[in-house]
Design a protein around this ligand. Structure first.
Ligand SMILES: NC(=O)c1ccc[n+]([C@@H]2O[C@H](COP(=O)([O-])OP(=O)(O)OC[C@H]3O[C@@H](n4cnc5c(N)ncnc54)[C@H](O)[C@@H]3O)[C@@H](O)[C@H]2O)c1
Length: 366
């Protein structure tokens, strides 16, 4: 198969769909790979790195789109890229179609075979191509939170670890899923005094088992959230209600009892956020202050560390991309139910329940 990757055109998106290492795998399986010149620069991959991996560099995005049978990207195509969509082209990327009606129709009308990373689903319900970005966001959330506690960034001036003779920061994490667990790992490593809350007692039991007395676990009742948030220097929200907006668990009324300069890292901002004053921010101006509390709420946190994020994403997506390339999409989805669930648009029809529901479109199940 002829596979291509292009430079991402979305504002402040520095990741790239394919690493040189992934390209070596495609080439080793007998495929040809085109890369747009400069596509990997922001993730630290030069054109020479790609050439050495066996790719052919093409000057323009148009050439890559037009000459490839499968395009591997990171973000959804923007309106400026709709011109490249065409019947039979396989598009393998994050799509988030339920939030994008124009793109949904563009993919249907062009009959682009569209596979969304975010709906590839394993039999236990987990989402293998979303997981690495949650791992990045959780770990980065702890680092950013620690940074914004520093006075020069407007914070309360508390050092997360404390020092001998001075207590560490109190931190709480709401939600013990992938983001929460990764934030926890970092904060424990930094020596914070951490409490983690979830409504899933199995997850709390697991964390209690592996961390023993180093971490406090609490059932996530509103009462427990209130007490814990008010006492925390750093709050990380990592909740997810699948398919729904994030619940507004952190009330503004709590802020007056928090130490001025405390920090809320609202990782769940991409689902609407967990505070009553939630608004998404960008990496160039990531925080805002309400009632003395600093809010960090970047909806695309992995974009701050594109090299790590690109490699982590490729680790998850390569396997399914190779299946498509080796078997063709039709045979690949016969052999992999996980991949079948990733298909959102197939021969012009919507094949993903969430997308059909979002726009009242007919659903054709594969
Ligand atoms: N901002 C970013 O860049 C970024 C990046 C990755 C993920 N996210 C977001 O982070 C959030 C968490 O993602 P994840 O992969 O960890 O999801 P996950 O499904 O692994 O974990 C979510 C956890 O929230 C818990 N939960 C649900 N309701 C709760 C409540 N009322 N109180 C406490 N816990 C509750 C669930 O039991 C689960 O353990 C999602 O909203 C996701 O979209 C944001």
């Amino acid at each position: 198969m002829i596979i291509g990757t292009v430079r991402e055109v979305k504002n402040k998106e520095f990741r790239v769909g394919l690493t040189p290492s992934s390209i070596k795998e495609y080439v080793a399986h007998g495929h040809q790979v085109f890369v747009e010149a400069g596509a990997g620069i922001s993730s630290g991959f030069s054109d020479d790195d790609y050439k050495n991996a066996g790719a052919t560099i093409l000057k323009t995005a148009a050439e890559v789109w037009n000459r490839s049978e499968m395009i591997v990207k990171v973000k959804e195509p923007l309106a400026s890229e709709f011109q490249y969509l065409r019947e039979g082209l396989i598009l393998y990327t994050y799509l988030h179609l339920a939030a994008n009606e124009d793109l949904t129709h563009a993919l249907m009308d062009s009959k682009t075979q569209s596979v969304a990373y975010e709906t590839i689903t394993l039999s236990d319900g987990s989402l293998p191509c979303l997981k690495p970005m949650s791992e990045v966001a959780g770990r980065l959330g702890a680092i950013e939170g620690a940074k914004y506690l520093e006075k020069p960034f407007g914070g309360s001036g508390v050092l997360v670890s404390g020092v001998p003779g001075v207590a560490p920061a109190k931190a709480c994490i709401i939600g013990a899923g992938v983001v929460g667990e990764n934030a926890l790992k970092m904060l424990v490593g930094l020596g914070a005094d951490v409490t983690i809350l979830d409504v899933n007692l199995k997850k709390l039991t697991y964390l209690d088992d592996i961390y023993g007395g180093r971490v406090k676990t609490l059932y996530s009742s509103q009462d427990n959230i209130e007490t814990t948030v008010k006492a925390s220097d750093l709050v990380i929200s990592a909740v997810l209600l699948p398919g729904a907006k994030a619940p507004k668990l952190i009330k503004r009324a709590y802020y007056k009892d928090m130490r001025p300069g405390s920090v809320i890292v609202d990782v769940a901002i991409d689902q609407g956020g967990s505070t009553e004053v939630a608004k998404a921010t960008y990496h160039d101006d990531p925080t805002y202050v309400v009632d003395g509390v600093i809010h960090y709420s970047v909806a695309n946190m992995p974009g701050a560390v594109p090299r790590t994020s690109t490699i982590a994403l490729n680790n998850a997506t390569l396997r399914y991309g190779l299946m498509i390339a080796n078997l063709g999409l039709d045979e690949a989805i016969k052999q992999s139910n996980a991949l079948k669930l990733g298909v959102n648009v197939y021969h012009g029809n919507i094949t993903c329940q969430g997308v059909a529901d979002a726009f009242n479109l007919p659903l054709i199940l594969l």
